[in-house]
Design a protein around this ligand. Structure first.
Ligand code: BDR
Ligand code: CA
Length: 312
């Protein structure tokens, strides 16, 4: 089965791996890449998205510029993780492929309105601003969305930007609130699962061994990205969060989770952006998402390496 997908992203080295994995997979038809401010400011995000499309030999992909700030709060970025450009590691040539004139939110709305019901899967791997803005702008898109598979949040693992908040949800908690209340089928790849697939050194070596520009540049990105995790986690290998979204579409059997009710904290500065997961249904609310809790880590890394090899 071919999944029609829209990747909403703020690259980011782990976003880059997610994009490459999608481009390397014939089961996925990438309708477009929409950019959102997050890991870094929007102009750098758009540059990075185009760099990765070109690295994959996909100058034909339509890249759209989205929201340059969260719905309510000031933008918080993560150059401390991803470097000043958001995509540090290799030396990149400046991308030359075009950027679409239409705003990402308008394009998401137009594309969904032209689709059959439950036709298109949204893959947000940055803050949820563009997705929430599209939902607010045109609620008739909701039945058109097959599912949203999103990277964000943390339950048992807590947070990575504050003690209780994961970066993507923290940056735009109001947008996350809109999405979690939307009623659209939602699968969440949170820190609870991404922290269970830590990049083995041998895997990065394997990526490099793919050879060519893809192998060399991707490995350089990962080695840069990994340095943050070495400091934080005190061991070789850190979580490569965003490709989990794409891997789930390709091989859902690698993952297991639980249907739960999740609320987003938008009121308290102390816990802003926390994903409050009702693991034991204390609220008696119906579930609003599938919260993925486990992954076959070996299977994940084997599959991603195999797929990335398709791009060499
Ligand atoms: C998420 O935050 C970003 O820094 C990564 O790209 C990922 O989407 C992990 O918390
Ligand atoms: Ca991201």
């Amino acid at each position: 089965m071919v999944h029609k997908i829209i990747i909403d992203t703020d690259p980011g080295q782990d976003d880059a791996i997610a994009l490459l994995l999608a481009f390397a997979s014939p089961e996925l038809e990438v309708l477009g890449v929409t950019c959102v401010a997050g890991n870094t400011r929007l102009p750098a995000v758009v540059r990075n998205a185009r760099i990765i499309c070109e690295l994959a030999g996909r100058r034909d992909v339509n890249v759209f510029v989205g929201c340059d700030r969260p719905m309510v709060r000031d933008l918080v970025t993560a150059e401390h993780v991803h470097g000043p450009t958001g995509l540090d590691g290799p030396v990149w040539d400046e991308p030359t492929m075009p950027v679409q004139d239409q705003h990402a939110v308008d394009w998401i709305v137009e594309t969904l309105m032209g689709a059959e019901d439950r036709d298109i899967t949204l893959c947000p791997i940055g803050p949820l601003t563009n997705i929430a803005m599209a939902m607010v702008r045109e609620p008739r898109i909701l039945p058109k969305i097959k599912q949203i598979v999103s990277m964000g949040g943390g339950g048992t693992e807590g947070g990575n930007i504050t003690p209780v908040a994961e970066f993507n949800v923290y940056v735009d908690p109001h947008a996350a609130d809109v999405v979690y209340r939307s009623g659209v089928p939602l699968v969440v790849m949170s820190l609870d699962v991404t922290h269970k697939a830590l990049m083995p050194r041998a895997w990065i070596d394997g990526v490099e061994a793919i050879g060519g520009n893809v192998g060399e540049k991707t490995a350089a990105m990962l080695r840069f990205y990994e340095r943050f995790d070495l400091v934080r986690y005190g061991e070789f290998g850190g979580p490569v969060h965003d490709p989990a979204v794409i891997a789930y579409l390709l091989q859902p059997e690698l993952y297991a989770g639980k249907d739960v009710f999740v609320q987003i904290e938008t009121g308290s500065e102390l816990t802003m952006g926390m994903t409050v997961v009702d693991f034991w249904n204390a609220t008696k609310q119906p579930p609003n998402c599938t919260w993925i809790q486990s992954v076959d880590s070996e299977g994940f890394f084997a599959m991603t390496l195999d797929r990335l090899g398709n791009l060499a």
